[in-house]
Design a protein around this ligand. Sequence first.
Ligand code: 4AD
Ligand code: MG
Length: 432
Amino acid sequence: MRPNIYIKDLPNHIGEEVTLKGWLFNQRSSGKVKFLILRDGTGYIQCIVFKGNVSEEVFENAGKLTQESSFEITGKVKKEDRALGGVELDATDVKIVSIAEEYPITKKEHGTEFLIDNRHLWLRSKKQVAIMRIRHRVVKAIRDFFDDRGFTLFDPPIITPNACEGTSTLFEFDYFDLGKAYLTQSGQLYAEAGAMALGKVYTFGPTFRAEKSKTRRHLTEFWMVEPEMAYFNLDDDMDLAEEFLEYIVQTVLSERKEDLEILERDVTKLETVKRPFPRISYDEAVEILKKNGVDFEWGNDLGATDETIISSQYDRPVMVHRYPSEVKAFYMKRDPENPKVALAVDVLAPEGYGEIIGGSQREDDIELLISRIKEHNLPQSFFEWYLDLRRFGSVPHSGFGLGLERTVSWICGIDHLREAIPFPRMIYRNTP
Ligand code: 4AD
Ligand code: MG
């Protein structure tokens, strides 16, 4: 059997006879000619079935194809500058694989609820395909970035005995005779063990938050990548985060141009994502809010609208560091120069996309860490293994977590996280 030929490779096959396999995206006919738009997952091509060039049976077959019917088509590849993709196919044969029933997603506008109910079919649409391809490229960029810089991929467990990011968003279930267990909120605590073994590690996988809020930025199941580095302080952490984001965005810009075009993304907003990024303290962020008429009290966490006001001052992501420790996680190290604030950083994406990275230097002093665990009412017994990392050769270390879907949404310019993952899970949605 000859290997399959895909639409994206057709410019290398001009003048050749090929067989393409896919689905009917659209068609129109005028008397003696049928124009079939075939899609195969790699692209779209117009196929011309001319009555005079094919048998009667083949011409009839072409007429039977409904939207999303699967078929194979053979013909000669023709250069056609006006066509999408620069090529067309002059068909000589059409083989029906399966005639589709009346397809629910048509050219007319559909409501989002309807589309999301049909997510398994919606994924075939042009824009959704473009988003999935960009997501894939972002994942590859993430892995390449860390693999090329001496990091080891380190897979944490999904089933965990304790909280990492606060107890209010835990998914809880019964774990045999051992009592309650939880779906992981973050692989970080395990990544810290990895960093003490391997120096620089990253975790990358699904994480879970029982988010009770119904916002366009929250999923209950999302993917997070978390690098963790021994002997890194907060400044080193910010340097890495900045280089990382620049790499991801510039890679997608150069390698997924056509997909960004399909999404009608204003790429000038991404071209500016270059180092150095502005770095401001939480205190400076509060000043910006006050100047913009926000009645903001020092000590509160930044809300979504606050983040939008701050990020709108800049044409690239902004790093906000040294948040009040009260609003941050138990493991974050306090600033020795001002114990009221934690050595934390959030990276806010431009254009109102909000926090895409959260990170910090970790508390490396065992006594301070124990008191923080107590203050947060966390069961110390479950954290003994974590405290061991401070008992046996504690070192300064830092890391951060990047939310994959928030990053993909921002790069694609889409307004809801649900389109950035194949099958979104949200408070009111766990199907299809
Ligand atoms: O700021 P978060 O909660 O940080 C952590 O989990 C740390 N343990 C990371 C670390 O230092 N290793 O989450 C990190 C990122 C956020 O900036 C956001 O991009 C994403 O994860 N995120 C979510 N994405 C989608 N839906 C949710 N419910 C999210 N919660 C966090
Ligand atoms: Mg955060």
